[in-house]
Design a protein around this ligand. Structure first.
Ligand SMILES: [Zn+2]
Ligand SMILES: [Zn+2]
Length: 548
């Protein structure tokens, strides 16, 4: 009972304690005292002599007097802060000192900790000039300080509202845009940014992320739509002009006027069942894009037929513009082959050597190795060390036919001869490995005196038969006519690589957007193909003797 009474008295007493004496208030006050208490810091230094130490201290005093003004000296802290600011400003890598009569002093602004995520906006010198004039106008009628009270973002443009703190009259107010206006009423900086983003191939999603992270505002989706409606035709026009110039350049590089050689390839927008495909035609000598067609599934719902559609529209375009095609290289698309054979018999149909020789490597594995029980039936030990060199031989055979055609006047007869030569040279591969070099090229290593074969000689009739069959069943032997020009379409492959900058295979674009992006690829390619390298790396140690 007594215990309960004691508790009640205690509780009543607690009510009477003033609020500033409660334990929470005391704790908060103690914390505040610790936080707000100025902190001491020391910098020790060692001067070479007492005299030099005094001199330095005098300089410190002088700076403190200059900083504080007539009435009071500035503190050591203020002095050190000013000195560090001046040093950083002078040595900042961002400030490039220009030797002119304009002073840079007083431009150093330290960033406050809470302002590092401040809104950024884009502006131009002429807009800043406009702001300076407005400030001057205000200064002529009022000496009160102007303050920025609000910032609104319109894309990358900021609308800043200024208000002065005068007490003599109603405060002066004005707003300022960080960008000037284009004739269509849109902001210059917004359009410039959208142009930069689009022509660099960045996706819209990446643009939003970058600008969001930098807190610099970005143009909204509807705004971009309006922009692209104006921008797409301009890109298309520029790409058209670039292709026309490329055609003129290519035509000028031939002796026979009006006949050109081309190479083509198709690229699908996505990996499977693509919505759009782009078929690109590059000229054979300047390697620039002279024609490209975008075929969409709205026009033909089978993606595999898109390449043929593009080829057909190319020949339609060539007919309409009076461009005569002498030769056409592509990577062995069956329907293109058929079309050229049946519809365009006067065009030389060349197939890409890279694709076909790449396959040889794979096919050779079947006769150069296998299960022990099949040895001597479908593969042979004597062929095991020859895989890579047979592939090179195939390539040299095509090259020899091409050289033959270049030396002779190319006509139907010489082409037939070149086909014969190619087949003969291909079959000579077997003789070469049997040690009979009568038909080998006079400049090849095996025709030199003292030649010793680096591969095992073919002796087994099974191995000889296997290799002969392999050669005679190969595409290059069968369709020899398509390989006598030894064309390769690697330029189109690297064109497709440039496409990746503008059209990611994992992203599905609308038809309009895809067309614009393929036009941007054309512009990029035609500007940069075959230009000299911009960066050269010298390896200084390359010639230095290697030490062990
Ligand atoms: Zn004012
Ligand atoms: Zn030989």
């Amino acid at each position: 009972m007594i215990f309960r009474q004691h508790l009640i008295t205690k509780a009543n007493c607690a009510v009477d304690v003033p609020s500033y004496l409660t334990s929470e208030a005391i704790r908060a006050r103690n914390l505040r005292r610790v936080r707000d208490k100025p902190k001491r810091g020391n910098i020790d230094f060692t001067a070479p002599s007492e005299r030099e130490k005094l001199e330095l201290q005098q300089k410190f005093n002088h700076i403190r007097t200059l900083l504080g003004g007539r009435l009071a000296k500035a503190s050591n802290y203020d002095m050190l802060l000013e000195l560090t600011h001046l040093f950083i400003q002078k040595n900042s890598p961002e400030v490039t000192t220009v030797d002119d009569e304009f002073e840079d002093s007083g431009i150093y602004q330290a960033t406050d900790g809470d302002k590092t995520t401040e809104q950024m906006l884009l502006t131009t010198p002429s807009s800043i000039q406009n702001l300076v004039s407005r400030l001057g106008e205000h200064g002529r009628v009022c000496d009160a300080k102007l303050q920025c009270v609000k910032t609104n973002m319109m894309g990358h443009t900021g609308r800043l509202q200024f208000k002065c703190n005068t007490t003599n009259c109603e405060p002066h107010r004005f707003s300022w845009y960080s960008s000037s206006f284009l004739p269509n009423g849109k902001f210059l900086v917004n359009y410039r940014m959208l142009h930069a983003i689009t022509s660099s191939g960045l996706r819209e999603q990446q643009y939003e992320t970058i600008c969001g992270c930098a807190n610099m505002g970005f143009s909204k989706k509807d705004y971009r739509k309006t922009f692209y409606r104006m921008y797409q035709p301009i890109v298309a026009e520029a790409a058209q002009e670039s292709k026309e110039n490329a055609l003129l350049e290519e035509t000028a590089s031939y002796y026979e006027v009006g006949e050109i050689e081309v190479m083509s390839d198709a690229r699908h927008a996505t990996r499977k069942n693509a919505k759009q495909s782009e078929i690109v035609f590059l000229s054979d000598r300047t390697h620039k894009c002279i024609f490209n067609a975008v075929i969409t599934r709205d026009e033909d719902d089978c993606t595999q037929r898109h390449e043929m559609g593009g080829v057909r529209s190319f020949y339609q375009w060539a007919d309409d513009n009076g461009v005569q095609i002498k030769a056409h290289a592509h990577d062995r698309n069956a329907s293109v082959n058929k079309y050229l054979r049946e519809q365009r018999p006067d065009v030389i149909n060349s197939l890409d050597t890279w694709h076909v020789t790449k396959e040889i490597g794979k096919q050779l594995k079947k006769i150069t190795g296998g299960a022990r029980k099949n040895h001597g039936k479908i593969w042979h030990q004597e062929l095991a060390d020859k895989g890579a060199s047979i592939k090179t031989h195939f390539y040299w055979c095509m090259k020899r036919s091409m050289n033959f055609l270049q030396e002779q006047n190319e006509c139907e007869e010489t082409q037939a001869e070149a086909v014969q030569l190619l087949r003969r040279n291909l079959l000579n591969i077997v003789d070469h490995y049997r040690g009979n070099h009568a038909q080998c090229h006079e400049q090849s290593r095996c025709s030199m005196p003292g030649y010793e074969p680096s591969h095992r000689l073919l002796e087994s009739p099974v191995a000889i038969n296997l290799l002969t069959d392999f050669i005679m069943n190969n595409t290059i032997y069968k369709q020899a006519g398509a390989y006598i020009h030894c064309k390769d379409t690697h330029y189109v492959e690297s064109y497709n690589n440039v496409c990746l900058l503008y059209q990611n295979k994992r992203v599905v674009f609308s038809n309009g957007m895809y067309r614009m992006r393929s036009d941007l690829t054309t512009l990029d390619w035609n500007e940069n193909v075959d230009r000299p390298a911009t960066s050269v790396t010298f390896r200084h140690d390359a010639r230095a003797p290697r030490r062990r």
